[in-house]
Ligand binder design. Structure first.
Ligand code: MRU
Length: 365
């Protein structure tokens, strides 16, 4: 077991000295091996995101922001137009690594905004501005997660049983996490929760990462297979479900790791509140509803072979491997953001969240 602070303040994505590379904690190796990777090229960064070495919507956004910054700093040209052409090529390449988490394009668009806004400046000044912006994106994420944790904690009671799906902890963000944030913050304040972590087939983020983070932080965690959520709810062991999100549509429909919508349906049946926690960088007001969210399809071998010593299926069997599903807004009790908790009707409450964002007052921490 480590200290709680070691877990909540993990250095999972950062720039190296000199900002020539992005350094990430390789999440595919956890919990067995703690290994940092140095990403220097566009291919390194693309591969790290595509292979989920860095994963979780906010962490993907931060990695992309640092990544495009590193790549931009390597562009030789001093001429704005050719610098921008090269920047754009890298941006589009990184943006194509994973389609569902909106934080990826959100962060990359923000970085492009810096290039466009500074077109009158020298390329060297633009590179400095990109460095500042990428750091700002990570610092903002830290503050957002902390505020989400505060709002989320206001929904919980000491001793609650909580079910979570996938991993929305510090590893998936930069501090505390979103869905796990209130649990860690409560722990810091002496509260005890009993967390049930879905293993999260097929890539086992719950088993490999959530149970690891919670256990290391001293939180009481029990790992269950995804198909055991119903029995723990029926047993009366769950008082709230907390999950993260990869893209929330303007009507409140929320895409998250495959299996999340099933948990929400079960929670509704058993009368358990189901909360989605995420920063406003994960809310896509340009996306009207869940049906408009592109769902990533991944390699069937993740189901057939990945974590087995030998293949566990007939070799040629057809496999459907969507990485995410969309939870209908009618199943969601509340969407917890850094600007407060949105509740139905979400079309209105999410607009209000963005109005608060324009005024810029985060939770009083
Ligand atoms: O495929 P992954 O592991 O990147 O999916 C991650 C999730 O679904 C998380 O719940 C989500 O990104 C929120 S992370 C704070």
């Amino acid at each position: 077991m480590g200290t709680l602070r070691e877990v909540t303040h993990v250095d999972n994505v950062k720039l190296n000295e000199g900002a020539t590379a992005v350094v990430i904690l390789d999440q595919t190796k956890l919990p067995n091996v703690t290994e940092y990777l140095t990403l220097e090229t566009a291919e390194d960064i693309y591969d790290a995101i595509f292979e989920l070495k860095v994963r979780g919507a906010p962490a993907i956004g931060i990695c992309a922001a640092y990544g495009i910054c590193v790549l931009a700093r390597k562009i030789r040209s001093e001429d704005y137009d050719s610098f921008y052409r090269e920047f754009k090529k890298n941006k589009e390449y990184l943006d194509s690594s994973r389609p569902t988490a909106v934080n990826l394009s959100w962060a990359l668009n923000r970085m492009e905004g810096v290039v466009l806004a500074n077109r009158e400046k020298t390329v060297s000044e633009i590179k400095d501005a990109l460095l500042q912006e990428s750091r700002k994106i990570q610092e903002e994420d830290m503050r957002m997660c902390r505020a989400i944790s505060e709002y989320g904690l206001s929904l919980l009671h000491d001793g609650d049983g909580i079910l979570t799906h996938c991993n929305a902890g510090p590893l998936a963000t930069s501090r505390y996490g979103t869905a796990l944030g209130p649990i860690f913050l409560g722990k810091e304040r002496g509260m005890e929760f009993h967390v049930y972590a879905d293993e999260t087939r097929p890539l086992l983020q719950g088993a490999r990462l959530t149970s690891y983070e919670l256990q290391k932080g001293g939180v009481d965690v029990t790992l269950i297979c995804d198909n055991m959520a119903s029995i723990v709810m029926k047993n009366g062991w769950i008082q709230a479900c907390l999950v993260g999100c990869d893209r929330i549509a303007a009507n409140g429909d929320a895409a998250n790791k495959i299996g999340t919508s099933g948990v929400a349906i079960l929670a509704k049946y058993y009368g358990i509140p189901f909360y989605v926690l995420g920063p406003t960088s994960t809310i896509d007001m340009n996306c009207p509803a869940g049906d408009d969210i592109k769902i990533e399809l991944r390699n069937p071998d993740e189901i057939k072979k990945k974590f087995y010593e030998q293949p566990m299926t007939p070799e040629e069997v057809a496999c459907y491997n969507p990485a995410f599903d969309v939870t209908d807004h009618t199943l969601i009790t509340g969407i917890v953001t850094e600007y407060g908790i949105a509740r139905a009707p979400y079309a209105e409450s999410l607009r209000e969240i963005f109005q608060k964002k324009e005024k810029g007052s985060l939770h009083n921490q």
